[in-house]
Ligand binder design. Structure first.
Ligand SMILES: [Zn+2]
Length: 526
């Protein structure tokens, strides 16, 4: 019986304002707005500098850009983005999987990247996003030592002010190629309805050379326009700003106010690595109310609303009325499933043999275009970059072919990559290749084994379906059945199908070695 009555009173306490304690102020959640939203962009994709930031600057919107310092290019442009109010965050030095990190690496990935980014911006870099949203105890330990908050992935997409979050694993939701453009305004609507904070994890945008899960430029700018339309109610701000506000709110709410006659005082401590200059909005009532910090009066922003300095660590109220705290009703927010593009994949034309390219006509027979490129680590060398056709070709189309020649970096951080890739659809839509069962092409080269990949939209961790083939010294026809493509064992294993293929790509398979191979007459077979 005793346990039961304890439970009952605990439930009443949670749901009824009658039992709420009296407080001399209330923190207005989300800087006084109904809800908050943060856009975060990962990996330092140049498309963020070329499209995302200009479009955001134009609309007065700010977000967070998580940079990988070993792949940092265009430093002057990132400095300008920072000067325009964009947050620069830490996405580690090399973006390796946690399974590849020694204890020393875990420290260096966090500490060294932070130092590099602080040298770049001349300011504190206080938030981090985990690569692949993988969190090992060691990585988290160093993240906690160097930051006041970190972004994770998944979890509750709509965080309400009453939640007690893990400041070092804040939830986020991810933009995906397969989502219809109306998905993102709907996320805003759900966020506003819940009075919550939602964090978006954004990677590629249309036109990206290598960004993961690109979304169309139209979907992106349409979403930005929607944020502008909602700006009266929605606080769109960088991850670090919203998170600092929320964490400051929790600190103020946990501090015990002391009452002595008509005077109420409050003191608090500032969490480690906390940003400076955070202001928090409080609702305070009272006849003859006077609010001060460090002996200096604080004027109201509007009747009963005061913006106080969190840095001051102290607040004094004269004649404040203590009222029962408004206990928020905890209704868990159930996120709606995102709208997947109607018929997310475009069906490939049904033919016995679908020619992709013979490199004779200046553009692919099927597909949008070729990209050729490699990492910028300094060890991998590749030509021709950018893509161009090469003279000569297979016996069936001897004019031209495509090829990759160079040196592949060693298989260690920063990881090497080199790609010759055909984007299959001009609208960035995945293509349904289920009418086909094999790929056939000619190859000639160094006699070494290389890799062909079918990149699928649903593969979200780079563990793309792949197969190996050998490039002999004479032009040779190779046929590889789709059933012989497999994902690397380190990735998330999906059901094998080729209903959402975005690219067909070739890659050298010569760690710390030279490569030289050509391909021609690429076809899909029924
Ligand atoms: Zn990343």
């Amino acid at each position: 019986m005793r346990l039961k009555s304890l439970l009952v009173s605990a439930l009443l306490l949670a749901s009824s304002p009658i039992f709420a304690k009296d407080v001399p102020f209330e923190v207005l959640p989300w800087n006084g707005y109904k809800a908050a939203l943060s856009m975060t962009f990962d990996d330092g994709d140049p498309i963020h500098l070329d499209v995302a930031i200009p479009e955001m600057n134009k609309r007065g919107l700010r977000g967070t850009f998580y940079l990988i310092t070993s792949k940092l290019t265009r430093q002057e442009d990132w400095k300008k983005a920072f000067a325009a109010g964009q947050e620069i965050g830490n996405h580690t030095v090399t973006h390796r999987h946690t399974s590849e990190l020694s204890a020393d690496d875990e420290k260096n990935e966090v500490v060294n990247a932070k130092k590099t980014l602080e040298d770049l911006t001349g300011a504190s870099v206080l938030t981090l996003a985990y690569p692949f949203v993988e969190i090992s105890p060691g990585l988290k330990k160093w993240t906690e030592a160097e930051n006041f908050a970190a972004r994770g992935g998944g979890g509750t997409p709509y965080m309400t002010p009453d939640m007690e979050p893990d400041w070092y694993n804040i939830s986020s939701q991810t933009t995906m190629t397969a989502y219809a453009p109306e998905t993102y305004p709907k996320w805003v609507d759900q966020d506003l309805a819940a009075g919550a904070w939602t964090v978006l994890m954004i990677h590629g945008i249309e036109g990206t050379q290598w960004g993961w899960q690109p979304i169309t430029k139209q979907a992106f700018t349409g979403f930005l326009d929607y944020l502008v339309r909602k700006k009266k109610d929605l606080w769109t701000a960088p991850f670090g700003e919203v998170c600092a506000y929320w964490r400051a709110q929790k600190v103020l709410e946990a501090a015990e106010p002391k009452k002595d006659g008509t005077t109420t005082t409050l003191q608090w401590d500032i969490p480690a690595n906390f940003p400076k200059g955070v202001q928090v909005k409080l609702s305070i009532q009272g006849d003859g109310l006077q609010v001060s910090q460090g002996g200096k009066p604080v004027k109201p922003l509007s009747p009963g609303v005061y913006s106080i300095s969190f840095d001051a660590k102290q607040l004094t109220l004269e004649n404040a009325v203590w009222k029962p705290q408004t206990v928020p009703v905890k209704t868990p927010v159930v996120a709606e499933a995102p709208v997947v593009n109607a018929g997310p994949s475009v069906a490939a034309p049904a033919k016995d043999v679908l020619k992709l390219d013979d490199f004779e006509s200046g553009s692919p027979a099927f597909g949008q275009g070729w990209f050729e490129g490699c990492d910028g680590n300094g060890v991998t060398k590749l030509s021709p970059v950018p893509f161009s056709v090469l003279p000569g070709g297979s016996p069936s189309s001897p004019g031209h072919c495509a090829g990759m020649k160079g040196h592949f970096g060693p298989m260690q951080a920063p990881w090497p990559w080199a790609l010759l890739a055909l984007t299959l659809n001009s609208d960035n839509k995945p293509v349904d290749l289920s009418a086909y069962s094999a790929v056939r092409f000619y190859t000639k080269g160094d006699g070494k084994a290389h890799t062909i990949m079918l990149n699928k939209a649903s593969v979200t961790d780079y563990a793309d379906y792949q197969a190996t083939f050998v490039s002999p010294t004479d032009w040779t026809k190779v046929t590889i059945a789709f059933k012989d493509f497999a994902q690397p064992t380190w990735g998330k294993q999906l059901d094998k199908n080729f209903k959402d293929v975005t690219k067909l790509s070739f890659s050298p398979n010569t760690p710390d070695g030279d490569f030289d191979f050509k391909v021609d007459d690429i076809e899909l077979l029924k």
